[in-house]
Design a protein around this ligand. Structure first.
Ligand code: ATP
Length: 464
């Protein structure tokens, strides 16, 4: 350290020790703007050694921007948060510079330099962590969906294909058959996987609240409305997916609003007049026979066609009894961990009983049955025996109970329409939504393609 600033060598040593110990890059110039001190953090950040800075003008280290040291020496006022580039590598930094005043006398100025490339890296890391957390909200992937039966494999294949598109998906199947699992997996296999997955159970939210929950509200929309208004779940899910579970429970008025969102790709907050554009993939699910609900006037037909772009039928457990062993073994492993048991197997007789049961509650019910058997098992039990399987009295043989409330095929007209819809979507997909190419693939004119897309209610499916 040189110059008038130094009073005694003891203070000099102390000062140097302090400045050298900090991780912040520091540079000091004297009252003439000549470099008198830097620390190792400064050299690490700028790449400049003492001999390149000490005794040189204050602007020697600047790659882009003006010397803040010189400004401070002129004004005698501290300057904060100035962005500039320093050193031969032009590192992005923010500097805070203060004058060194001894009494009234200006002795120089001191700069503390922060590397913002590091901050940028940290904030990118934070954003990545946030994305991972968001992803965890949709926790299941296709790997979690067990089953090798033809029915299950077909459903998984259809869902994987759907995941690659932007289209609305409708998951149909009885309660407890895995619709939520599929919704998670579709989101996680899509290019929206790093964005939000928002789940809404339409049956669990009171009708009066549902609209403002889904679409948000503006300030003053109703008494008790929050100041500044509130974002709805569609806005929360922007760039991600929204899973509308139990879709048939929506009132006719909310159905009309949802239809508008699907058609226009924009929402209107409750009490608001300005539409807000949203880019959300809708995954809807229901255990209700929607065609019947339409016939009964409970479900809008136009909404049905908008939702039914890619219907996926998830088979009930009694239609895929060959999947029972693999599901049972997965559950045994899980409950061993949860309940501290060490069960290794299940007896043939017990498995036969499970296979003959009709499973009105599907996989969720199987989970409950295995869970109960394992809770009752003794710590040393390694096999689940038939006697430990507690099935309700009214157990019906699976084979005699094979009627699903979702006839995949309703009429010949429906079969043709579904096949047509499928072919159009596939052609659009394979031609990346290029309608001319899609028409060519299908061997029809572009006019016919537009007509068919309109008739099947899929003209706008490419974004929702
Ligand atoms: N194929 C499968 N492989 C593994 N686990 C499954 C499978 N299907 C369902 N499950 C499990 O069964 C339970 C019920 O599944 P899920 O909640 O997805 O059903 P759901 O159809 O959405 O039911 P609900 O209509 O009652 O909401 C969950 O614990 C899920 O993990």
């Amino acid at each position: 350290m040189r110059g008038e600033l130094i009073v005694t060598s003891e203070i000099q040593t102390l000062l140097e020790a302090i400045i050298h110990s900090t991780q912040d890059a520091i540079s000091v110039v004297d009252s003439d703007g000549i470099g008198i001190l830097i620390n190792p953090a400064y050299t690490r950040l700028t790449g400049l050694e003492e001999e390149q800075v000490i005794g040189k003008s204050a602007d020697v280290d600047i790659a882009e921007g003006e010397s803040v040291h010189l400004k401070v020496l002129q004004t005698r006022l501290a300057v904060r948060n100035v962005k500039m580039k320093v050193g031969p590598k032009g590192r992005d930094v923010i500097v805070n510079v203060a004058p060194i005043l001894v009494g009234d006398e200006l002795k120089g100025s001191v700069a503390v330099i922060h590397d913002i490339s590091e901050m940028r890296a940290l904030s990118e890391e934070l954003e990545r962590a946030r994305k991972r957390i968001r992803k965890l909200e949709a926790k299941y992937t296709f790997e979690d969906i067990l089953g090798t039966s033809i029915a299950m494999t077909a459903a998984v294949e259809a869902a994987k294909r759907a995941a690659e598109t932007k289209a609305t998906v409708l998951l149909r199947g009885e309660s407890g058959c895995g619709k939520e699992l599929f919704a998670h997996a579709i989101h996680n296999a899509s290019d929206r996987k790093y964005n939000q997955f928002v789940r809404v159970n339409c049956a669990a939210i009171a009708e009066g609240l549902l609209e403002s929950e889904l679409f948000g509200y503006v300030e003053g929309a109703f008494s008790g409305a929050r100041k500044g208004g509130k974002k709805g779940l569609f806005e929360e899910a922007n760039d991600g997916s929204i899973f509308l579970d139990e879709i048939a429970e929506l009132s006719l008025s909310t159905q009309a609003k949802l239809l508008r969102v699907l058609q226009e790709r924009e929402i209107l907050r409750v009490g608001g007049a300005m539409p807000i554009a949203v880019n959300v993939r809708v995954i809807a699910a229901t255990h209700v026979h929607l065609e019947q609900a339409i016939a009964q006037g409970k479900f809008r037909e136009d909404l049905y066609y908008r939702l039914n772009v890619l219907p996926i039928m998830i088979p009930p457990l009694r239609h895929r009894i060959e999947d029972i062993p693999i599901l049972t073994h997965m559950m045994i492993d899980r409950f061993n961990l949860d309940f501290g048991r060490s069960v290794k197997r299940i007896s043939e007789e017990a498995l036969t009983r499970l296979s003959e049961y009709a499973w009105p509650g599907n996989v969720r019910e199987l989970e409950n049955v295995i869970g109960r058997a394992m809770i009752q098992a003794k710590y040393q039990d390694s096999t689940i025996e038939s006697a430990q399987i507690d099935l309700p009295e009214h157990s019906v043989k699976a084979s005699t109970h094979a009627i699903t409330p979702f006839p995949t095929i309703v009429s010949l007209e429906e079969i043709v329409r579904e096949a047509e819809r499928h072919a159009l979507l596939e052609a659009l997909n394979e031609s990346n939504d290029n309608k001319t190419q899609a028409a060519k693939r299908l061997g029809i004119s572009i006019r016919t393609l537009y007509y068919k897309l309109e008739r099947l209610g899929i003209s706008d499916q490419s974004t929702m």
